[in-house]
Design a protein around this ligand. Structure first.
Ligand code: ADP
Ligand code: NA
Length: 322
């Protein structure tokens, strides 16, 4: 028996979302906002939080500084029921804090600490022996922790595959010109890969969705799960899967920070509950649709009941009865 359902590897930081900020922010001497406060951020802890709220047992592998923000991260894990055995608080490192500027229509940019924990996390911060405790390994994002390079990821993924685990991964746009070719071996282990369409097009040099997906599959990825914003998600598999799973209708996006993380959590929940790949896509869309209606990555989806209610609404929208 496995003691965990999922292990999430990646960033655990703090976000300070500032919204709404207009593009002429520097033209104004003091910029008034209704709210400025710290929220938990970072792809791996966001994902862990939502998976835990959806009712599954999750462990986090991450590194933060041995500082007030690091303690806040551990406290958050305890409050959310996330196993933080794998969270290292490393002395001498500042936990990363991301300042997020969000415009009224949801566009965003981040201001980031180049010497923060996110940039310093490396393979030595990853306790490989924790990995086999779970059924699914989720790399919260390729390229988010720059020191988790191809070799580091191969070590992590190999451990997961030896234990018979499913491997899922999201990505962010590379900051250091990393390429898929440079991560060939790591990609070959991934069963479900969750880029959004912009990221996928950028990395493959293709524009047509099917060509983009075929290129991704050519690296040995089993399923390219390409998020296409308000259109939902396109899923293309080496097993012949080729479908668009439409998004929830009638959603006004207030803040898309964390939409991708929530999508991953929903999709992973579907996998854990034995759902088909199409249903996993629906679960991802449903979780993401809730997330984008609140400011902050983990403020929207508070509990399983909210998810089940939105899933029921989704099924009514598309007359899904089976
Ligand atoms: P990312 O957040 O990674 O950039 P997307 O913008 O594609 O990725 O959004 C992730 C997911 O959020 C989508 O696949 C979809 O399920 C959901 N989503 C995004 N925008 C909307 C919208 N306007 N209405 C409903 N769902 C949305
Ligand atoms: Na993403």
């Amino acid at each position: 028996m496995k003691s965990l359902d999922v292990i999430c590897v990646g960033a655990a930081i703090v976000d300070i979302p500032l919204t709404p900020v207009s593009k002429n922010v520097f033209d104004i001497e003091s910029y008034p906002l209704e709210q400025i406060s710290m929220t938990i951020g970072g792809d791996a802890i966001n994902e862990s939080t939502i998976i835990s709220r959806l009712g599954h047992k999750v462990g986090l592998i991450s590194m933060a500084g041995d500082d007030a923000v690091g303690k806040y991260i551990v406290e958050h894990c305890e409050k959310e029921g996330i196993d933080h055995t794998g969270v290292v608080l490393r002395p001498g490192v500042d936990t990363s804090i991301n300042i997020g500027l969000v415009t009224a229509n949801g566009e965003r940019t981040f201001i980031t600490n180049l010497n923060g924990s996110l940039w310093k996390m490396n393979i030595d911060d990853v306790d490989l022996d924790l990995i086999p405790q779970a059924k699914i390994l989720s790399l919260a994002s390729f390229f988010n922790n720059p020191l988790l390079d191809n070799d580091a990821l191969v070590k992590i993924f190999r451990k997961a595959k030896e234990a018979g685990m499913i491997i899922v991964a999201d990505m962010i746009k590379p900051r250091l010109q990393e390429t898929f070719d440079g991560f060939k071996e790591a990609l070959s282990y991934v069963d479900y890969f969750f880029p959004n369409v912009d990221e996928a097009q950028l990395m493959t040099g293709e524009t047509d969705l099917e060509k983009v997906a075929k290129k991704i599959i050519s690296y040995g990825v089993k399923h390219a799960v390409i998020k296409i914003g308000k259109r939902g998600v396109f899923i293309y598999g080496s097993d012949g899967t080729n479908l668009i799973v439409p998004a929830v209708k009638g959603i006004t996006a207030l803040d898309t920070i964390g939409a991708g993380d929530n999508f991953a959590s929903g999709f992973i929940t579907g996998l854990l509950e034995g759902k088909s790949v199409e249903e996993c896509g629906q679960y991802g869309n449903v979780a993401a649709s809730i997330a984008i209606q609140s400011i902050g990555a983990t403020a929207g989806l508070k509990n399983r009941a909210m998810f089940d209610e939105r899933l029921a609404e989704y099924r009514r929208q598309y007359n899904i009865t089976k």
